[in-house]
Design a protein around this ligand. Structure first.
Ligand code: MN
Length: 294
C-alpha cells in the first residue's frame, strides 16, 4: 500500500511547533509519514535533527518536508543577488534535511511564494531565472539523495507553475533523476480541466501527492470526486507517498498564509482534529483498497 501521511499544520497554527509531539501523534493515529515545513530545520542543531529522526524511526514514521519559499530568497528573482541568496538558502535546507535522512521536499520551492513584486504579466523571465537556480540546487539534492518535487499550485500562490503540464515541462528542463512532480488535489481543483487527465499526464514523473478537498478540508468532506482521483492514481501505478494537507483552523501564521479566515470544522479542539485525522486516514485506506492499490 502507498505510504499515507499527514501535514503537521493540520493541528498547529504556527509553522514551527513541537515536532516530537506530532511524530508520536501521527504514528499513534496510524500514519506512515509526517510532513512539516522545512525552514525550521535551519534553526535546529544537527544533534536535534538526528534526535527527531531517531524518534521517528522508533515509532515508524518517515519525515518529509514542504516549504512556501520566503520572497527574500526568491530563486526566480530578476535581482541576481536575491536569486543567488535563494539558491544558497535552499541548498542549506537540503543539507539539513540530509542530516535527518530526509529524502523528499515539496511545496512552492522554485519561486517566492506569491506573485513577484512589480510583476508586469510576463512570467517567462522568472521561469528562466528559476530554471537557472534549480540547475544549481539540484546538484546538492543529487549529492544528498533528496527528491525535489515541483508542486503545481493555484494562480493565487504563484505565477510560474499552476498546472501538471507546466510542472512536467519544468522538471523536464532540469533533467535530473532527483527532480519530480507533486500534484495536489486542492490546487488541481482550481487549475485543471480534468483532474484524472492531469494525473495521467504526469504518470511516472509523479513523485509525491497531496490530498485535500476543494476548500482544504479532509478528503470526503467537500465535493471532489475521489474515485476519479484514486482511479487515475491506480491507472498510472502510483506507488509513492500520499500526504494529506488539510487546513481547517483560522488564525495564526498558518491561517494568515493559507487564507483560512474561518474554522472549517466545528469547535476544532485537538481531540476533534485527532478524530478528523483518523477519519481521513480510514477514508484514504478505503480508497486504496477500492482501487486495488492496497
Ligand atoms: Mn500541497
Amino acid at each position: 500500500m502507498n505510504k499515507l501521511g499527514i501535514f503537521m499544520n493540520f493541528w498547529e497554527k504556527n509553522w514551527d511547533a513541537d515536532h516530537e509531539k506530532y511524530i508520536r501523534k501521527a504514528s499513534k493515529i496510524g500514519f506512515d509519514v509526517l510532513e512539516f515545513q522545512a525552514q525550521p530545520l535551519l534553526e535546529m542543531s544537527d544533534e536535534k535533527i538526528r534526535s527527531l529522526k531517531a524518534i521517528a524511526d522508533e515509532v515508524g514514521i518517515e519525515l518529509t518536508y514542504s516549504l512556501g519559499l520566503d520572497r527574500n530568497y526568491d530563486v526566480s528573482s530578476l535581482d541576481e543577488n536575491v536569486r543567488k541568496g535563494g539558491v544558497e538558502y535552499l541548498q542549506n535546507i537540503i543539507r539539513k534535511m540530509h542530516v535527518g535522512g530526509g529524502t523528499l521536499l515539496s511545496g512552492v520551492s522554485y519561486a517566492g511564494w506569491g506573485t513577484p513584486d512589480n510583476f508586469k504579466g510576463d512570467k517567462r523571465p522568472y521561469w528562466e531565472q528559476s530554471i537557472k537556480s534549480m540547475k544549481e540546487i539540484i546538484k546538492v539534492a543529487e549529492e544528498c539523495g533528496v527528491t525535489y518535487c515541483v508542486e503545481a499550485v493555484n494562480r493565487f500562490e504563484t505565477c510560474l507553475i499552476n498546472t501538471a503540464k507546466e510542472a512536467l515541462a519544468y522538471s523536464n528542463e532540469i533533467d535530473s533523476p532527483n527532480i519530480g512532480v507533486l500534484l495536489d488535489t486542492y490546487h488541481m481543483n482550481i487549475e485543471e480541466n480534468n483532474i484524472g487527465d492531469a494525473i495521467r499526464l504526469v504518470g511516472d514523473k509523479l513523485t509525491s501527492f497531496h490530498t485535500g478537498e476543494n476548500n482544504r478540508t479532509a478528503p470526503g468532506r467537500g465535493h471532489l470526486d475521489w474515485d476519479e482521483i484514486f482511479g487515475a492514481l491506480s491507472e498510472i501505478g502510483y506507488k509513492n507517498r500520499i500526504v494529506c494537507e488539510p487546513f481547517v483552523m483560522e488564525g495564526g501564521e498558518v491561517g494568515r498564509d493559507i487564507h483560512v479566515y474561518r474554522d472549517l470544522i466545528d469547535n476544532p479542539t485537538e481531540e476533534r482534529i485527532d478524530e478528523e485525522a483518523a477519519y481521513l486516514l480510514e477514508f484514504e485506506r478505503n480508497m486504496l483498497k477500492k482501487w486495488n492499490m492496497a
